[in-house]
Design a protein. Structure first.
Length: 360
């Protein structure tokens, strides 16, 4: 994204919504999304679309059409004929009310449903991590390119207004020359969760949580990290972590010389934060990767600053859904296209490799 696009995106994000534009067919036509997989994140995404002037849910894809399918169809006014199963998913091609699919499935299913969605002629908004290998990411980019549909990855933090204020401060030189980052995202996963299965998760906390500080650092600097060192550890012996690591810590160096040190875990409590240190100032993002309550404090131009977002969840998902709707209506590339997911995946593969536990 160049500076002009960034400024425009920030202004629109701060406004909290996009004005309906008539460039995509009939005036005020909303972009219709099919939610694929009706779990936690799709539930949030559907809520975010419920009061949007430019996006709405027009179809559902679920393994439980009679229960979850009916429940959400009644909540969001989706016709019963627009409830699909994973087996009948490809028939979505015939549904003119579906402009795009929203992929909210376990990580290892993202590639298959993105490719099939593209082949059905639908634009794709796919959750992060984009897939479980860079080879899969390339396959998804190619399939969308061949079908001439758009591909966006759900990096909601890149659309978050408080983050965009912080990035504005950094890019306007408010911290002087950037020197280093320290970031982390930590949590707990219960035994039996699909995230602890290598086949479904693809990897452990790095793919799911570590990707947040990684993506933020790449986004803020516009640089691709290299020179990785990494260590992982599984201290718990309950068997919960028999397939993926419990915790990962890594360092990386950007081509300009900026250093970064990050951590993530599926088995510990810890902050969701990113410290951004320059030679004349610093910012600390707190609740940095959470759905709401993002705060920043630090020292900018010799003065202490402190700001806190008052926006209410699921505003990040609303901005994201409306950004992609705007891209579809006005034939623009998403701010977080498939290439963005691929770059993260290449870094993730390098981090696992540095830890001596290659995933691809
Ligand atoms: P979830 O377990 O709540 O939902 C997954 C859905 O996939 C369920 O409806 C489940 O029935 C369905 N499913 C289909 N086949 C399945 C299978 N073989 N095994 C398990 N589930 C299957 O998961 P979630 O938290 O909604 O995560 C889904 C995706 O969204 C993941 O890729 C995750 O990384 C991403 N995510 C993104 C964010 C974000 O803030 N952007 C937050 C949470 C999750």
């Amino acid at each position: 994204m160049d500076r002009r696009e960034f400024t425009k995106l920030s202004a629109l994000a701060l406004a909290g919504t996009y004005l309906p534009i008539d460039a995509y067919g009939a005036a005020n036509k909303q972009i219709g999304y099919a939610a694929v997989g009706l779990g936690t994140i799709s539930d949030i995404f559907m809520r975010a679309c419920a009061n949007s002037p430019t996006a709405k849910i027009t179809a559902l894809v679920t393994g439980h059409p009679e229960t979850k399918g009916v429940k959400y169809s009644e909540m969001y006014g989706v016709p019963k004929t627009s409830i699909y199963t994973y087996e009948t998913f490809d028939r979505i091609r015939e549904n003119a009310d579906v402009d795009a699919i929203y992929v909210g499935l376990p990580n290892s299913m993202h590639c298959d449903y993105t490719v099939r969605g593209a082949q059905a002629g639908k634009h794709v908004l796919c959750e992060k991590p984009m897939a479980i290998s860079s080879a899969e990411c390339r396959k998804m980019i190619d399939a969308c390119g061949q079908a001439k549909v758009k591909l966006m990855i759900g990096y909601r933090v890149q659309y978050e207004p408080m983050w965009n204020q912080a990035i504005g401060i950094v890019r306007s030189g408010g911290l002087g020359q950037l020197e280093s980052f320290q970031g982390g995202f930590f949590g707990q996963q219960p035994a039996g969760a699909w995230r602890l299965s290598k086949a479904l998760g693809g990897g452990g906390a790095l793919l799911d949580l570590g990707i947040y500080p990684l993506n933020a650092i790449r986004h803020i600097t516009g640089e691709e990290p290299a020179n990785f060192t990494a260590v992982l550890a599984t201290r718990e012996r309950s068997g919960r972590f028999s397939e993926v690591e419990q915790s990962m810590e890594w360092t990386m160096k950007l081509p300009s010389g900026i250093l970064a040190s990050c951590g993530c875990s599926y088995g510990q409590r810890g902050p969701s934060s990113l410290a951004i240190n320059g030679d004349s100032g610093y910012l600390v993002m707190e609740s940095a990767f959470n759905y709401e309550g993002v705060r920043l404090h630090g020292e900018v131009g010799g003065k202490q600053i402190e700001l806190a977002s008052t926006e209410k969840h699921p505003y990040q998902f609303k901005i994201e859904a409306e950004h992609f709707a705007d891209c579809i209506r006005n034939n623009k590339e998403a701010a977080t296209p498939g290439e963005e997911g691929l770059k993260d995946m290449l870094a993730i593969e390098a981090i696992y490799g540095a830890a001596g536990a290659p995933i691809a």
